[in-house]
Ligand binder design. Structure first.
Ligand SMILES: Cc1ncc(COP(=O)(O)O)c(C=O)c1O
Length: 381
C-alpha cells in the first residue's frame, strides 16, 4: 500500500473542485463550436477577438469589477495572471518594485528575471506599512508596487479597503503603478465578500487589477486578466511582441460559464468545499502554533508560520520523519528582508487539497517537529 503523506506543499485546487469545471467545459465546447465556429481559432478577428482577448469577456470583466474604462482598450486577457503580471513588469523601466514582506515567489522571480529589484515592505494587520511605502516610493529608482490585496499568497492577509486606498493615493502622488493582484478575490469562504474600490474615484488613477481564474475555475485551461488604468495602456506593444494571441477558446468558454450562472454556482460550491478546511487550519494554528505572526484567514489558499530559532534542514526533515511534507517559504521574501529570517524558517501551508483532519494533524505534527528539531540542534551544539 502507498504510504500516506500529508503535503502542505502545493497551492493547487482540491481534486473535487476540478471535475464540475471539466464537465461544464466540454459540454460548453459543443455550444461554442456551433455559435462561434472558426473565430476563436484564428490569430484575431476584428471586434470578436483581438490580441488582448475575447471582446465579450472583456466587457463582462469590466462589469464584474465595476471598472469604468473602455474594456476594449483597458481590459487585457491572457494565459493566466502570471503572464499579465509579467507584461506589466516588462513595461516598466528596470528598477525597484515594492512587494509585501512575503509575496508570491513566482512574481518575485519574474521581476528579477526582467532586471528589477524586488523590495519588501512590511505588512501590518491592515495591509502594507504606509509610512514605509511613502518613504520608499518617493525615491526615483522605485517603479511600482505589487500588492496581493485579497488573501495574499502566502500570508493570507487581506488588506483593509482603507489601506488599499491609501496605497493607491501614495502611488498616484508619485505617479507609480499600483499593481493589485486579485487572484483570490472570489476565493473567500467565510460568508463575506471582498470589497471593491470605486474606480471612478481619481485616487485609483494609477491602480491596476490583475486577476486569474486558476483558483476559481481551473488552472489547466489558463486564463487571467488585467484591468488597466489610462496611465498604463502602453503595455499593448509588449503583449504584441511577447505573443501573437492568447488562448481564445478558453476565454469563450469562460465567458459562457459566467453568462450562464455556472461561475457563480461554482463559487458557492467552492465556498462549501473550502470553508471547513479554512476553519480547520485557523483552529489548528490557534491550538498548536499560538501567536503566529499573521492573522486568521478568511479565504485564499495559504497560511504562513515562522518557526523561530531552528534550522531549515532539521525542521523539514523532522516533519518528513512523520510523513508531513513542509517547505520553506524563504523564496517568498525579497532579498532586503532575508537577514531577518536567518535563524528561523518561514513555512507556507497550502491547505485546499487536504481534508480537515489531515490539516489538523499535519499542523500538530509540524509544531511537534519544531520542538524536536530545536532539542536535536541544542543537543548537537
Ligand atoms: C497571487 C497569485 N497571482 C497569480 C497566480 C497565478 O495565476 P495563473 O495560474 O492565472 O497564472 C497565483 C497562483 O498561485 C497567485 O497565487
Amino acid at each position: 500500500m502507498e504510504k500516506k503523506v500529508i503535503s502542505f506543499g502545493r497551492g493547487v485546487p482540491a481534486r473535487e473542485a476540478i471535475t464540475p469545471v471539466r464537465k461544464e467545459f466540454w459540454s460548453l465546447a459543443e455550444q461554442v463550436n456551433a455559435e462561434h465556429e472558426d473565430d476563436p481559432f484564428h490569430y484575431a478577428v476584428p471586434e470578436v477577438t483581438n490580441f488582448g482577448g475575447f471582446v465579450p469577456l472583456k466587457f463582462t470583466l469590466a462589469e464584474m469589477f465595476s471598472f469604468p474604462q473602455d474594456p476594449k482598450r483597458h481590459v487585457i486577457i491572457g494565459n493566466g495572471g502570471e503572464e499579465i503580471i509579467g507584461f506589466l513588469f516588462e513595461a516598466l523601466e528596470p528598477g525597484f518594485i515594492v512587494f509585501e514582506e512575503m509575496s508570491y515567489d513566482r512574481a518575485i522571480k519574474r521581476a528579477s528575471r526582467l532586471g528589477h529589484t524586488p523590495y519588501g515592505v512590511r505588512l501590518t494587520e491592515s495591509g502594507l506599512d504606509l509610512n514605509e511605502l511613502g518613504s520608499v516610493l518617493k525615491r526615483d529608482e522605485f517603479r511600482a508596487v505589487y500588492h496581493i490585496i485579497y488573501s495574499s499568497n502566502p500570508t493570507g492577509v487581506c488588506a483593509d479597503p482603507e489601506n488599499v486606498k491609501e496605497c493607491a493615493r501614495i502611488c498616484r502622488k508619485y505617479k507609480k503603478p499600483y499593481i493589485c493582484d486579485i487572484a483570490y478575490f472570489d476565493a473567500r469562504y467565510d460568508g463575506e465578500k471582498n470589497p471593491l474600490p470605486n474606480f471612478n474615484d481619481p485616487v485609483y488613477e494609477y491602480t491596476c487589477f490583475v486577476g486569474s481564474f486558476s483558483k476559481t475555475l481551473t488552472p489547466g485551461a489558463k486564463c487571467g486578466f488585467g484591468l488597466l488604468p489610462k496611465t498604463f495602456v502602453d503595455v499593448q506593444p509588449i503583449i504584441d511582441d511577447a505573443r501573437l494571441n492568447p488562448n481564445y477558446p478558453t476565454q469563450v468558454i469562460y465567458y459562457e460559464m459566467i453568462k450562464s450562472g455556472f461561475y457563480a454556482r461554482h463559487q458557492e460550491f467552492l465556498r462549501n468545499l473550502y470553508n471547513p478546511k479554512r476553519v480547520a487550519i485557523n483552529s489548528a494554528f490557534e491550538k498548536y502554533l499560538p501567536g503566529s505572526r499573521f492573522p486568521a484567514i478568511p479565504g485564499g489558499f495559504f497560511r504562513v508560520h515562522v518557526f523561530e530559532n531552528v534550522g531549515e534542514v532539521a525542521l523539514i526533515s523532522q516533519a518528513a520523519n512523520f510523513d508531513v511534507e513542509i517547505f520553506s517559504a524563504r523564496s517568498c521574501i525579497p532579498l532586503n528582508l532575508q537577514p531577518e529570517y536567518s535563524n528561523s524558517v518561514p513555512v507556507r501551508f497550502a491547505y485546499p487539497r487536504l481534508n480537515a483532519d489531515d490539516i489538523r494533524s499535519g499542523i500538530s505534527i509540524s509544531a511537534n517537529s519544531w520542538k524536536m528539531a530545536q532539542n536535536f540542534e541544542a543537543a548537537c551544539s
